[in-house]
Design a protein around this ligand. Sequence first.
Ligand SMILES: NC(=O)c1ccc[n+]([C@@H]2O[C@H](COP(=O)([O-])OP(=O)(O)OC[C@H]3O[C@@H](n4cnc5c(N)ncnc54)[C@H](OP(=O)(O)O)[C@@H]3O)[C@@H](O)[C@H]2O)c1
Length: 330
Amino acid sequence: MWVKAIRVHELGDPKVLSWEEVEIGEPNEGEIRIKNKAIGVNYVDIYYRTGLHRAPLPFIPGKEAVGVVSAVGPGVTSFKVGDVVGYADNPMGSYAEEQIIPASVAIPIPPAIDYKTAASVLLKGMTAYVLVRQAFKVQRGHTVLVHAAAGGVGSLLCQWANALGATVIGTVSTEEKAAQATQDGCQHVIVYTMEDFVTRVTEITSGLGVHVVYDAVGKDTFKGSLACLMPRGCMISYGQSSGSRPDPVRLSDLAPKSLILGRPGLMHYTTNRNELLLAASEVFASVMAGVLQVRANHVYLLSEAARAHTDLEARRTSGSIVLVPDSQWL
Ligand SMILES: NC(=O)c1ccc[n+]([C@@H]2O[C@H](COP(=O)([O-])OP(=O)(O)OC[C@H]3O[C@@H](n4cnc5c(N)ncnc54)[C@H](OP(=O)(O)O)[C@@H]3O)[C@@H](O)[C@H]2O)c1
């Protein structure tokens, strides 16, 4: 079967995202084909496009989509044509009108959640779940620092940490993003492009520091994040939007305050179907209970994926970004 898709033949800037016809075949044993209705854009898509993360060329990028099952392969009993499902993280290849995936990674989408909302929250929401409930268990009374608080993951992370009873401090680059972060439960917002966030965190916490920092900005914030932690605090590094250095971390940087450092990835917390469905159900339950407001702030045609990448890299976006296949655009 031939579909329209975005494909990468060489690594580079957003111009390498090529809109073309691609043969995807038919589902084999244990596989299903999904007609994508909404495709989530994640910062990790940029890492693959630029080569920070490696995939064999050519490849179809994208790690998240929601759609309708359009074909099932031999041996599949858990899904039928017409079911609404989503998938996140692996396998890559969601920037396409249709994609074939193993049935074992498909997640049923509750009828109360529409396509765009589901594609905005599945990967980012499960990441937020891992961060606040698994990698570091946020509790009432904790003070939490979240960088890029108005971003896709950041928005959900702040809301979830706030709902768990933490005092949330968020950093953002603009006043507009600061307003969103406040709505998302940040009691304190620092515009880190204008203020020194370490100084501000010290003032806000009266010199005590925070229990945990969630840092996916990386190079520009890592050292300052360590400085914001209280003794025995926990540094959760989960991404590198500003670049991947300062690796390698010097263990001696952790010693003066007995700090704990973690580098969690969603895939290691969704290693089997039970873990995957538990993470997804926690996210969907939080959305349906109103604990998480999902911000599908930016919607682009799939053929315009390059524009979405340009805006995401330029820090012009907040909340989630969704691509809609051109044939599905209403
Ligand atoms: N470990 C995992 O399993 C996992 C899973 C999902 C996502 N992640 C990571 O989580 C992070 C957020 O992902 P996302 O998709 O939700 O993206 P996002 O947060 O919506 O976008 C990235 C944000 O990072 C901030 N930023 C700071 N310095 C930047 C720079 N030099 N260039 C670009 N952005 C910069 C910007 O916010 P300001 O303008 O407010 O600074 C920007 O909006 C990424 O680092 C991603 O790799 C990790």
